[in-house]
Design a protein around this ligand. Sequence first.
Ligand code: MOS
Length: 756
Amino acid sequence: MIAKPTIPAPLDRPGSQIGKPVSRVDGRLKVTGGAKYAAEFNTPGLAHGYIVSSAIARGRILAIDTAKALALPGVFQVFTHENRPSLPWFDRKWKDDDAPKGSPFRPLYDATIHHALQPIALVVAESFELARYAARLIHVTYEADDHRTDLRAAKADAFTPGKDKGGFQPPPKPRGDADTALAEAEVSVDLNFSQAVEHHNPMEMHASTVIYHNDGSLTVHDKTQGPINSQTYVCNVFNLATDAVRVISPFVGGAFGSGLRPQHQLFMAVLAATTLKRSVRVELTRPQMFSFGHRPETLQRVALGAKKDGTLTAVIHEAVQETSQTENYVEVVVNWSGQQYKCDNVRLDYKLARLDTHTPLDQRAPGAAIGVPALEIAMDELAAKLGMDPLELRLKNYTEVDPNTDKPFSSKELRACFQQGAERFGWHKRSHAPRSMREGRQLVGWGMATGVWDAMQGQAVASARLGIDGTLTVGSATADIGPGTYTAMTQIAADILGLPIEKVSFQLGDTNLPMAPLQGGSWTVSSVGSAVKAVCDRLRDRLAGLAAGLNDGPLKGLKADELTFADGFLIAKSDPSWRLSITEVMRANDLLVLEDEARSIPYYKSQMKHALGTHSAIFAEVRVDEDLGTVQVTRVVSAVAAGRIINPKTARSQILGAVVWGIGMALEEESMIDQRLGRFMNHDFGEYHIPVNADVHDIDVIFVEEHDDIVNPLGAKGVGEIGIVGVPAAIANAIYHATGKRLCDLPITLDKILGA
Ligand code: MOS
């Protein structure tokens, strides 16, 4: 099954589909309502579940009276910890592909309340409205314990987490003596940072529609970033055979990490369907979207020391991040600070503090979106103290190797990002002094920052089926949460076999398809795309062999590398008039279909010798109203180095969306806890502010040329997360330039600007 194509298809030839701004192949379905989401699949007799959420943050349920709800005609059942069926005891049965170390949350397991809005009951009725009404008739008596949801109060008990889940690397050991170097530095800065909890807030709320079949098997329509992850979870928790559970998830209305772990509505819907032996849907309400994982609140300190010429002599970065009482959710927050710049004295420290909240959850560029802005704001402050241009300071300390590991980067075109981004923005026209670019009562400020994210790859398998009519269907059980996976995979397949885009379709979001990892970490193009390339390279080899074997054919004896694949033809490079269509080759060989499957495995050996990452330079302009403290981000230029860009149109959309989120993170987004209740107060779009059209102005995206043969066979690093990473810092730095105020607590709301 391991693909070893003799002649991989070259990707940079003229006419290549790769690199073309192809419009989304699923765009029409999406804008016409033809794309179906988890809560839109229907079946006769479908029952509807409504989740009852805990009113307290910590304690236990003493009594739960469901009699009134059950008495309503049309209510089928109310599930609680008291009447739930038997469930597994071992933690490992509840683990999923994104579970951190610890004990995963188990819905309806017992009377214990771990966090506010914890799901404590499920009402199942003939309609959603009836289930919701019945839920209000349920009376719960609690015994509340004191809760702790304040990270500042919990900070004193912070601890260093051990190594655990795949992606997490603890900070590297200190190098040199950063504290002494800081004390002796000619110029130094020492800043404290905080950033609020953010929720993912995808447009589509989490939902699962479980179709119950007479033989007890299930078809599960789930909102997920990994159908196989949901399938494994359901099979483990409910003790079902893999072939009795098929998870289908063709479209996801945004997720940003919220679908990396199976959410409790999936558990609830399967519980009800298997117990009641009928089809059930459970969909969360918008307020309930604040009842599970979130980007964790983090408290940070960054201290930098430098010589007068800007040479960094000390980097200290410390972070304390929240986790739950039951799991050690960890992110790589501080490690980037040892990687970004050349410096001999570096000390990085990362700790967790336990709160009575749900376990946090990966959210777009987890860790980097928090830690890198802290470093980049500190660099801006250092530049200000040195009287140096912030871009010059970064170039002064630029590094071609990863100082954490001394490994060279497989590629790092960050210099090109700086140059092209600065030129597009007009950075050289910036006046150095804060408050020097005023226009009337508007203070204009220009700021910049660097972004970084890992380039990762996992194993994946893809299948392909080529018909005699020249249509190709490729599939892999990945997801498309919005980045354009359908389109990019279609392009890769069409390119390698020389087929028009319209002749190729890509299938995903179905556990009947070959294995793919979770869609996350910006690794789908590298992982699944490499598998698609591998299987199409195999088909190409086989077609070439079939054509060469036709003794009376024009391509007799030619090798695969002596052929071009274009417009459905195999064409001799030596004389393009010697050609056969795919149909002719297959007909002559009595074949109606040609099928194959291939697994792509990362180039571990060469990857291990290198640091792999995407990089970016962000330039931002703000206008701050001096009287009102309001901020408009009037211009952003994001220059990105992410290897080969498969589709510049969808990739640009990724960066645009991420910049918008960066504006939100810098200025607006904040899930606020009422510490007395231990509960998020602003749990809807009325009070949780995200950027709207009026907040979004000019955003310019540049992809710089970057060639990389090590990162994966496509040379494509992925762009799902890099777009957000430096944005909050560039905006905070622009606000400093506009106002002279150094603000380090995100979001920077107008009260902070006026109050500072
Ligand atoms: Mo992303 S946070 O890896 O879905």
